[in-house]
Design a protein around this ligand. Structure first.
Ligand SMILES: [Zn+2]
Length: 330
């Protein structure tokens, strides 16, 4: 098998605190023998578990990058038992472009796992993470938010897994994260996800959706930072007690019918806001035509009872866009 060309510029197993890069060779017109530099911080002390924390798997989601920059700056080795690997901008080219997928190869990193050591730049990143870093880790936290086109209630989430012991360990870490909402979810498109690759290696995995619209708020950034510290404390890696700011409401996304999609292009009018309760059959959005007046809007109705957990963000939708996600309060 071809070896992955990515090399860390710092040792990943040395005690202390080191900041460096994962250097991915990427020769191109404006940089012969050039590289993609992915920032990485490793903080290690003594014997203990390893946590891998990643942000900007999608390049337009900002709570994770902000929280991980803060942790890389703030945490000192004396506070650590074990090892923390922080990668604030996992999909560094997409992060720098402010886009969901990589501008280099148009690959959605979170559909590229387990990756290819001899593939495109995004496939090489996925392969390195999946086959070099994840095997070192006991617990993995991968941050997401809605990006430029979705907005979410702030939640941490675990998936339904065949191994119920692993599922319970994942959900215990989700509860420790302490977001305002904690979610059990099925994915509509799990093949190729980082989540799936980590879970298949038997690790404790936590993902999040903490906001959206292509920005972070003061509140969502604070949730992200507190959640990371809580997960590290829950794993016994970071000193100090878990801080829960109020309770976390339990949500479930048990089936495909939680997802609602636009059936036409148009101007979207939300009829409910994030967190609002809805009942099956209730109109939750209208789509008005973009090109004429005096025509009835397309009406989108709730597939099930629950509350609005996500909504389309920009004011214009295209047919096929994810318009709304309804979760069930447990
Ligand atoms: Zn994402």
């Amino acid at each position: 098998m071809t070896a992955n060309p990515i090399r860390p510029t710092i040792p990943l197993d040395a005690p202390g605190k080191a900041h460096g890069f994962l250097r991915l060779p990427y020769s191109r017109n404006d940089s012969a023998w050039g590289s993609v530099m992915i920032p990485i911080t490793v903080i290690a002390n003594g014997q203990g578990p390893t946590a891998l924390l990643t942000g900007a798997n999608h390049g337009d989601e900002y709570e994770g990058p902000i929280a991980l920059q803060q942790l890389a700056w703030e945490i000192e080795p004396e506070e650590v038992t074990g090892r923390i690997i922080l990668i604030p901008y996992l999909n560094s080219p997409a992060f720098r472009a402010g886009t969901r997928v990589s501008p280099i190869d148009q690959v959605n990193l979170n559909r590229a796992f387990p990756g290819k050591p001899d593939g495109s730049p995004s496939q090489k990143i996925a392969d390195y993470i999946c086959n070099t870093l994840v095997p070192m880790a006991d617990v993995v936290l991968d941050y997401h938010s809605g990006g430029k086109t979705l907005d979410f209630l702030p939640f941490a989430a675990a998936h339904y897994l065949a191994d119920k012991t692993q599922q319970e360990a994942c959900f215990a870490a989700v509860r420790a994260f302490g977001a305002p909402y904690s979610m059990m979810m099925v994915e509509i498109d799990a093949v190729g996800m980082f989540d799936t690759a980590v879970e298949e290696q038997g690790k404790v995995f936590v993902t999040t959706e903490l906001g959206g619209g292509g920005t972070a708020t003061a509140r969502s950034a604070e949730i992200a930072l507190r959640g990371a510290k809580n997960v590290l404390r829950h794993a016994g890696i970071l000193s100090g007690g878990i801080e829960l700011a109020g309770g976390s409401r339990m949500l479930d996304m048990p089936a495909d019918d939680c997802f609602h999609f636009a059936t036409c292009d148009g101007l979207v009018q939300s009829l409910v806001d994030l967190g609002d309760a809805v009942t099956a059959g209730q109109p939750i959005a209208r789509i008005w035509p973009k090109d004429r007046s005096g025509v009835a809007p397309e009406e989108v109705r709730a597939n099930r009872d629950g509350l609005l957990a996500a909504r389309h963000f920009p004011g214009l939708v295209q047919g096929g866009d994810c318009l709304a996600v309804i979760a069930v309060l447990v």
